[in-house]
Design a binder for this molecule. Structure first.
Ligand SMILES: Cc1cc2nc3c(=O)[nH]c(=O)nc-3n(C[C@H](O)[C@H](O)[C@H](O)COP(=O)(O)OP(=O)(O)OC[C@H]3O[C@@H](n4cnc5c(N)ncnc54)[C@H](O)[C@@H]3O)c2cc1C
Length: 303
């Protein structure tokens, strides 16, 4: 048996009708008509929000509404009361739903030292376009701590620094940075002499600044923030995460509140820790690091 095939292909030259649907209510720009919201970081750094999706939302709503819209796709619009939207977003966050949060996107322009960019670029789920030091001269901007903010190597955390080091040693470190920055003059001179910029840049230290556009969806931004706002993250990237958190919170306040309640301020308990609470006994492990982590959690819980 054969059936007649209904050909629905659009052929070249066909007239196509595009249905343009007006919004139910007036639309507002979630960035209030600004082209850029910028937060300064230390001397030369910044995190600037330059665009986001959705940019336009119904009056009285925030960009959080795009999460609700996506989550409800399977059973229609349903009820749209703001408090119910908040409940749904908080439910999605508690239960680690991801794709509704991917419906929101943010585009940032960021300036940061190269050693911070090296940590940042490890977050693979963003789209990045960086300043080209092959194409352009690297601007004269270097990261430089104050004497009081030069940290001493931590004795307990091999990856970190804690207390400020004595002023004399801090001064010596700043002098070392000065000498590294002196290379910049020679870098400029040699590029003017004709040395290719792509080679000359090899003499610049990692304290020099770079810039990029960084676009990422909200789900992966929250993952970035959970790692880079954490006290274990290096202070020099944490300040950028804090700036980003402030900007994102303005656009998706309901999601950020849920993120803070259920992730940032929340605590994960292991099976051994739950057993220790139940039995009132010390945690059943010889691992010193695990014991220390449990002690820190007990202190937070007031146990
Ligand atoms: C405090 C701290 C210390 C660190 N120390 C070191 C270090 O000493 N050395 C070092 O090399 N790195 C270090 N890192 C970097 C770290 O290991 C991660 O590479 C970085 O945090 C990015 O995390 P991510 O892969 O989860 O993020 P993203 O790349 O944004 O990925 C988000 C999520 O997407 C998924 N994903 C992305 N790409 C893939 C893929 N290809 N395959 C499967 N799943 C994928 C994963 O679930 C991932 O968690 C450190 C990070 C922190 C926060």
């Amino acid at each position: 048996m054969t059936t007649d095939r209904v050909d629905t292909m659009i052929e070249a030259g066909d007239e196509v009708t595009i249905q343009r649907v007006a919004p139910e209510a007036g639309l507002v720009d979630v960035m209030g008509g600004s082209s850029r919201w910028e937060v300064k970081v230390d001397d030369h750094g910044f995190v600037a929000l330059v665009d986001c999706m959705p940019r336009l939302v119904g009056e009285g709503q925030t960009a959080d509404s795009a999460i609700v819209q996506a989550a409800r796709v399977s059973y229609g619009q349903g009820t749209k009361k703001v408090n119910e939207d908040r409940g749904l977003i908080r439910y999605l966050m508690r239960h680690r739903h991801s794709t509704p949060f991917e419906m929101i996107e943010f585009k940032f322009h960021v300036a940061m030292p190269v050693f911070v960019a090296r940590q940042w670029i490890r977050h693979r789920t963003a789209n990045v376009n960086e300043y080209s030091a092959r194409y352009s001269i690297v601007p004269d901007r270097f990261w430089r701590p104050t004497v009081g903010s030069v940290r001493m190597q931590s004795k307990t955390n091999r990856q970190g620094g804690e207390e400020p080091i004595d002023a004399g040693t801090a001064e010596r470190f700043l002098q070392l940075l000065d000498r590294a920055e002196e290379n910049y003059r020679e870098y400029l001179a040699l590029t003017e002499q004709g040395v290719a910029r792509e080679l000359a840049r090899a003499a610049l230290p990692v304290s020099v600044f770079t810039e990029w556009y960084w676009k990422c969806d909200l789900h992966n931004i929250l993952h970035f923030l959970s790692l880079r706002l954490d006290p274990h993250a290096q202070r020099e990237i944490r300040v950028y995460a804090e700036a980003m958190h402030r900007l994102v919170r303005e656009i998706v306040p309901i999601t950020c509140e849920a993120f803070e309640d259920y992730r940032m301020q929340a605590m994960h308990l292991t099976r051994l820790e739950i057993e220790a609470i139940r039995s009132g006994s010390p945690i059943a492990t010889d691992n010193r690091r695990e014991q220390e982590e449990w002690a820190a959690k007990r202190a937070r819980l007031g146990l």
